[in-house]
Design a binder for this molecule. Structure first.
Ligand code: SF4
Length: 422
């Protein structure tokens, strides 16, 4: 039988979809984009738009392959159970039992009974999943943590991913070992709240320290880390462990103390800037990227201008800009002083323009330098990334998964342009 998986959302979803793919392939199922008997859609609910897209994809594949068994799982399914049931989904899962999908598919093929499992309990064990190889990615994601207990005012994720729980320390080391044996040179540690990793008294820094003992592993990237979780122990590891990529994604969310407080974020700007300073002391040229939400309730033009000043002062290498999206169940959805859609659009546009400028400045610092590039895509020309997450285009066709030296000669449309140094 053939299957197709469509994934929306973050790296955690990508990881879980790869696991599902590996489990199906192991049981003899084949991947097919054109003739699937089973369609699996792994959904996202981070914004209204993500829910909308998830449901759109379900309807799209229902129309395209009306006879296929339809499996829907993930955050949007967890959040919007009734809506998906009404769409006539055959197997509906939230964020649990993804590792049991093969069994659930086999059961369905035997008895043709629709199956729904949405567990709303927040206290859950870490669902044991491990992957040996990423079929379609050069870099391997490893999910080490699930859930979040922060309850930021705007965020629905703690309601759909449950409480913080971490993968077993030794199991993680074994998973990384297998991925390295299968030639993955870069590991991306992911989670919903990755910096909260804690298992048998081992925190994220312990995990990174141990993982980096894998000889053939060249790079360890952390998908995202909260500023509150960057302590002296982590900074010390950053200073002494060259395998940690020269890139940290640290969500700021707002550059105004007033809005940060309303957001229920656990830091103020002074604290944020102080930690950034410490990081740059040990890694002066590190790429620090961030997320900013614009148009949170009570964000006036004046407070938005504070955000603009802050991001320029911190000098991020890139900003992912998200217009605030009102999510049911969250505190912010009940707040007065909601910001109009036009204002959100306008502020997003202005902040994206600033991000583009900051990104260009950061990229241009590397003109005429020779950089180490991991090739992740190869067609007529090749695309790779550096350890500080710069995208590099090389004219020649170079096999994927090689790390090569590239002399940077230009910057165009968000890419450094370079030639292989022989
Ligand atoms: S830290 Fe805040 S923004 Fe991040 S997942 Fe948790 S609640 Fe959401």
């Amino acid at each position: 039988m053939n299957f197709l998986i469509y994934t929306l959302g973050c790296k955690v979803n990508t990881y879980e979809s790869e696991i599902i793919k590996e489990l199906l392939l192991k049981e003899g199922y084949k991947e097919s984009e054109t003739n699937p008997d089973i369609v699996i859609i792994n959904t996202c609910t981070v914004t209204n738009m993500a829910d909308h897209k998830s449901m759109k994809m379900v309807r799209h594949y229902q129309k395209l392959f009306p006879h296929a068994l339809l499996v829907v799982c993930g955050c949007s399914a967890q959040n919007k159970k009734t809506e998906y049931e009404n769409l006539g989904v055959d197997i509906l899962l939230g964020n649990q039992k993804k590792s049991e999908i093969v069994k659930l598919i086999k059961d369905y093929l035997k008895n043709h009974q629709k199956f729904t499992y949405i567990n709303e309990n927040r206290q859950l064990p870490f669902e044991d999943m491990q992957i040996k190889k990423f079929a379609t990615h050069t870099r391997a994601f490893v999910k080490i943590e699930d859930g979040c207990d922060n309850f930021c005012s705007y965020c629905v994720i703690p309601f759909v991913r449950g409480s913080i729980r971490s993968k077993d320390f030794n199991t993680t080391l074994k998973e990384v070992h297998d991925l390295v044996l299968n030639n993955h040179q870069e590991i991306v540690l992911t989670g919903i709240h990755t910096g909260a990793y804690n298992n048998s008294n081992h925190d994220l820094t312990d995990l990174i320290h141990e993982i980096s003992k894998e000889d053939n592993l060249k790079r360890i990237r952390i998908s995202s880390i909260e500023i509150t979780e960057i302590n002296n122990k982590f900074i010390n590891e950053l200073q002494n462990n060259p395998k940690i990529c020269n890139h940290l994604h640290i969500p700021l969310q707002s550059g105004s103390d007033e809005i940060l407080k309303l957001m229920n974020r656990k830091y103020n700007l002074e604290k944020f800037k102080e930690i950034i300073k410490k990081i740059r002391k040990v890694r002066p040229d590190i790429a620090i990227t961030t997320d900013v939400i614009v148009g949170h309730p009570f964000e006036t033009e004046e407070l938005f201008l504070e955000t603009i000043n802050t991001v320029q002062e911190i000098n991020f290498a890139k900003i992912h800009v998200f217009p605030y999206s009102k999510r049911d169940k969250t505190k912010a959805s009940l707040m007065t002083n909601q910001v109009s859609e036009e204002e959100k659009k306008d502020r997003s546009k202005r902040l994206i323009a600033i991000s583009n400028e900051l990104e260009k400045n950061y990229y241009q610092k590397y003109l005429n330098q020779t950089l180490e590039v991991l090739i992740i895509q190869s067609k007529d020309d090749s695309i790779g990334i550096t350890d500080n997450y710069l995208k590099v285009k090389i004219k020649d066709k170079i096999e994927v998964n090689q790390i090569i030296n590239v002399l940077i000669i230009d910057y165009k449309n968000g890419f450094l342009i370079g030639q292989k140094v022989v």
